[in-house]
Design a protein around this ligand. Structure first.
Ligand code: ZN
Length: 605
């Protein structure tokens, strides 16, 4: 069992390492030592453990092959293929002796959703370029992609368009694109991404949550708009129009409240192609480039366009209840506290547009059969620790989520409700496995959203013991930190980390890593994301061992992980919404933060 052997190596070394992460001098060292000695006596739980498999490349390959097989039909939520994937994961967790942590003593947690399909044959979106001007029909899928997640199945409206810049309200950056505009009954047109400012606001080149389309819709809804359309431009979006078009064709899922109510939503939300944005700008004698200039001006005010949209959207919907899969490895000394490891099991299913025998299955071998295989690997390694009397002090929750591809719906449902046996307040940290490195070993580990929490300190120690170093996200402009399940926990204020081996390969260095990343990007969300027997998977194994050690150390640490930065997540979890930071620049230029909470409550940072 490679993991074991490596950890064995660690076992001889960690006595010095663990104290590093807890940053306390010698007393922590003694405590850890005492605990390590105390841990040698296998617990009754250990005796009950089944025979554990060796976690090696063959282990990972077996699970990736199974989960990305055509038989899983691309693992779309609410489908037979999805149900097969869930059954497979439960079977594997049971075979590792992992406890069920779902509802009613089982492994699953229901995630009620609605699957909404736009009936494009009965829907139309037309542009009225000016008062009483002739309507210009727009091409669905070419000029615009849109749908309505509102409760009505027929949405009819005529609404003026307002250009609202980047559609961002960020008090901590003294930025409010919505200042001085009444958007009630109107459709906001916004640019994708963050304002690319020359100073360090909005994390410089890295995308913040403000740059994400989901934030734009949330903010426009909060501002009273009936709709919001994001202008698609490949560079700031970091994916091309095809990705937008394919993810907006077919059913779109949305959460239903446990009571079955659909949450408040815009009557129309979607994207417009850059060429249509050019047409809209030209109606007022401008260009899209001019909109960009305007949007960056400190005195920007939203621009009422002369055009309006005439919209008729017909949707059909069905209720879909799918499930998250929850397994638990009970802690030894602090079982009521939890470290969560997430990985989504779902993918895109079958391509309805494939014809003539063309490959139609989105197998999702990398995204995310590899992550589930990794989660099973981490579970097996941790269980081997339990068997050897060195199991985690805090409990570990393994959360295989549904509907991540539909907007992190599974992890959002978990965070909004918590688990029966795992209340949200008991969770000290979250980490995530999404699209693992299926290629060779690396000498670096890329951390998305680097610099956010003390979890990285622990990861840096684990990496150092492997001879690896941490680097930032190679493509920070893509905003990866906001695009997978760990973010649902971050939004609720729980320190969350997401990382993966690379981009520097042991063999071939950065150049090899970039070439592999490029190849991966070509397969992203296409039917070409299929299992490849030539994948060495040694890089994935390296990361599985890293994740197991990280989870173990966080579970054993005296201290809970903490956010390093005062993380402002707009419109985020309930906790965050009540807090607003306002930047005040005193006469000598020094910046201070004023945090305003409920009326009358305020503190300086
Ligand atoms: Zn994914």
């Amino acid at each position: 069992m490679v993991g074991r052997v490596a950890l064995g190596l660690f076992a001889s070394l960690p006595l010095s390492l663990p104290c590093a992460c807890s940053r306390d001098p010698s007393d922590a060292h003694e405590a850890v030592e005492a605990k390590a000695v105390a841990k040698q006596a296998p617990s009754p739980a250990a005796a009950a453990l089944p025979e554990l498999p060796t976690v090696d490349v063959a282990f990972l390959r077996r699970h990736i092959v199974a989960l990305s097989d055509d038989a899983m039909q691309g693992r779309r939520p609410g489908t037979e293929g999805g149900a097969k994937a869930v059954a497979y994961i439960i079977e594997q967790l049971e075979s590792l002796g992992v406890e069920p942590a779902g509802e009613g003593g089982g492994f699953t947690q229901a995630v009620p959703m609605r699957a909404v399909t736009l009936d494009s044959s009965r829907s139309s979106i037309s542009l009225r370029p000016g008062p009483r001007a002739e309507l210009q029909p727009l091409r669905l899928g070419e000029d615009v992609v849109a749908s309505s997640l509102g409760p009505a199945t027929t949405t009819q409206l005529e609404a003026p368009l307002v250009f609202v810049g980047y559609g961002v309200t960020a008090p901590e950056h003294d930025w409010d694109d919505f200042d001085g505009v009444d958007l009630r009954g109107k459709i906001a047109v916004v640019l994708v991404g963050d304002p690319p400012l020359p100073d360090d606001r909005f994390d410089g080149p890295a995308m913040t949550y403000y740059g994400r389309w989901s934030y734009k819709y949330e903010r426009a809804l909060e501002a009273g708009a009936v709709g919001c359309l994001v202008v698609h431009e490949t560079a700031p979006a970091s994916y091309d129009w095809n990705v937008v078009r394919s993810s907006w064709s077919g059913e779109r899922y949305d959460l239903r409240s446990p009571a079955g109510e659909p949450p408040a939503r815009l009557a129309i939300q979607g994207w417009i192609h850059a060429e249509l944005a050019e047409r809209l700008a030209a109606l007022d004698g401008r260009e899209l480039a001019g909109w960009h200039e305007l949007a960056l001006r400190p005195d920007f005010v939203p621009l009422s366009l002369s055009a309006e949209l005439v919209v008729e959207l017909v949707t059909t919907e069905r209720s879909v209840t799918d499930v998250n899969v929850l397994g638990r490895i009970p802690g030894r000394t602090r079982p009521d506290e939890h470290v969560v490891l997430t990985a989504h099991w779902d993918h895109l299913g079958v391509d309805p547009r494939a014809v003539g025998g063309a490959d139609a299955i989105f197998n999702g071998a990398v995204d995310n059969a590899s992550g589930i295989a990794g989660m099973l690997g981490v579970a097996a390694i941790l269980q081997s620790h339990v068997r050897d009397g060195r199991g985690p002090d805090r409990s570990v929750l393994l959360l295989a989520t549904t509907a991540e591809e539909q907007g992190l719906l599974g992890s959002r449902a978990f965070v909004e409700r918590g688990g029966d046996r795992v209340p949200l307040s008991s969770i000290v940290a979250a980490s995530n496995l999404d699209s693992m490195n299926v290629h060779g070993r690396t000498t670096t580990i890329a951390v998305t959203g680097k610099g956010k929490s003390t979890l990285e300190d622990v990861l840096a120690e684990v990496a150092a013991a492997q001879g690896r170093t941490l680097v930032g996200d190679p493509t920070p402009e893509a905003g990866a930190y906001y695009r997978s399940d760990h973010f649902s926990f971050a939004k609720a204020g729980i320190p969350a980390i997401d990382f993966g081996g690379g981009p520097t390969m042991e063999e071939g260095g950065v150049a090899a890593g970039e070439a592999l990343a490029h190849e991966l990007a070509e397969r992203y969300h296409t039917v070409a994301d299929e299992y490849d027997p030539t994948w060495p998977l040694t890089g994935a194994l390296q990361d599985v061992e890293t994740m197991a050690e990280l989870v173990l150390r966080v579970a054993d640490a005296e201290q809970r992980p903490r956010w390093r930065l005062f993380l402002v997540i707009p419109l985020g979890g309930v906790a965050w919404r009540r807090r607003r930071a306002r930047r005040q620049v005193s006469r000598d230029g020094a910046a201070t933060w004023r945090v305003t909470g409920q009326a009358g409550e305020s503190r300086d940072w």
